[in-house]
Design a binder for this molecule. Structure first.
Ligand code: ADP
Ligand code: F6P
Length: 326
């Protein structure tokens, strides 16, 4: 295998708080190991457009506390085309890049996997997404910050819910995964939670809200994960209002505020460790793997597995959340 002298790093897919801390860790570890580092702007799009910049130690100063990603990110659908990926590899070779670190979610790892398989190009991945749905790591970078943002938003909504006797339907992100919803619900004492992994039913939701009201609860919070079988929070609230017309309801979609903001301590620490391990892994000759942390230990998971399998929500947590809100 060719000796690695220069590595590239990019962020791809949805941005997540802590991606900057991961970039910093990759750059500083690489420099410590005597490597050169090239920052690739806008994910896979930057590989195609040769948006490369040399990264020095000072290039990543003061970014550890910043949300977003200094390298910017993108969704690059054309990367699904092999010919396009061949151009990306050519561009990296032309720039003297010998190996690549991809920070992103499972979609980004699908692209990374193909670069390794088709062109024998060394690539390792770092899980960066607020969704926490990636197999091979207990937590993804950005998840902890996102749930803390959601919790503080729901706490605020609770004030208005209580003051005006309102049932709030709060939609949180997570693509097709209920991690953000479940953790937010448990941490805020939400009255009900709907997640994509567990089939929902409007009649039982209404029955449950009625039961709560009989206990003199005059307001409530229903956490709705996007991607569920009952539709969006707006649709669910409308269906509930049809069945319970006397209820005062409101809908809040938290949206992209969950993706922004200064990363939490946990996200910065995870990003630092995984960023460091990613460079060490490349130098050890590893490729085609995502670097995660499982039970406190570094874990290497083949991209294929990281893309095709998914972390499962803890259904017990769902039950506990329900019991504690009774
Ligand atoms: P995430 O990485 O957060 O899951 P996406 O699913 O949007 O985000 O994927 C990010 C990018 O990864 C896509 O825009 C595309 O460039 C690349 N990608 C996703 N799926 C594939 C695939 N099947 N083949 C090649 N590249 C892919
Ligand atoms: O993957 C991160 C995520 O924020 C998901 O939770 C959400 O479904 C999706 O990205 C939103 O994507 P976009 O920013 O393209 O609307």
């Amino acid at each position: 295998m060719k000796k690695i002298k220069r590595i590239g790093v990019l962020t791809s897919g949805g941005d997540a708080p802590g991606m900057n801390a991961a970039i910093r860790a990759v750059v500083r570890t690489a420099i410590y190991e005597g490597l050169e580092v090239v920052g690739i702007m806008r994910g896979y799009s930057g590989l195609l457009e040769k948006q490369f910049m040399t990264m020095k130690s000072h290039s990543v100063s003061k970014i550890i506390s910043q949300g977003g990603t200094m390298l910017k990110s993108s969704r690059c659908p054309e990367f699904k085309d092999r010919k396009v990926r061949a151009v990306a590899v050519e561009n990296m070779k032309e720039a003297g890049i010998d190996a690549l670190v991809v920070i992103g979610g499972d979609g980004s790892f699908r692209g990374a996997d193909l670069l390794c398989r088709e062109f024998d190009f060394p690539v390792v991945g770092i899980p960066g997404t607020i969704d926490n749905d990636i197999y091979g790591t207990d937590f993804t970078i950005g998840f902890d910050t996102a749930i803390n943002t959601a919790v503080s938003a729901v706490d605020k909504l609770r004030d208005t819910a209580d003051s005006h006797n309102i049932v709030f339907f709060v939609e949180v992100m997570g693509r097709d995964a209920g991690f953000i919803a479940l953790n937010t619900a448990l941490a805020t004492g939400a009255e009900a939670t709907l997640v994509p992994e567990i089939p929902g039913d409007i009649d039982s939701l209404c029955g449950y809200l009625e039961q709560e009201r009989r206990k003199n609860k005059t307001s409530g919070i229903v956490i709705v994960a996007e991607g569920g079988d009952l539709g969006s929070a707006v649709e669910i609230a409308a269906k509930v209002k049809e069945k319970l017309p006397n209820y005062e309801t409101r809908v809040t979609t938290l949206g992209h505020i969950q993706r922004g903001g200064s990363p939490s301590c946990n996200d910065r620490v995870l990003a630092g460790l995984l960023g460091y391990e990613s460079v060490k892994a490349l130098l050890d000759g590893k490729s085609g793997v995502m670097i995660g942390q499982v039970n406190g230990y570094v874990a290497f998971t083949p991209f294929e597995e990281a893309c095709t399998r998914h972390n499962e929500i803890n259904k017990k947590q769902y039950e506990v959340s329900h019991i504690l809100s009774l």
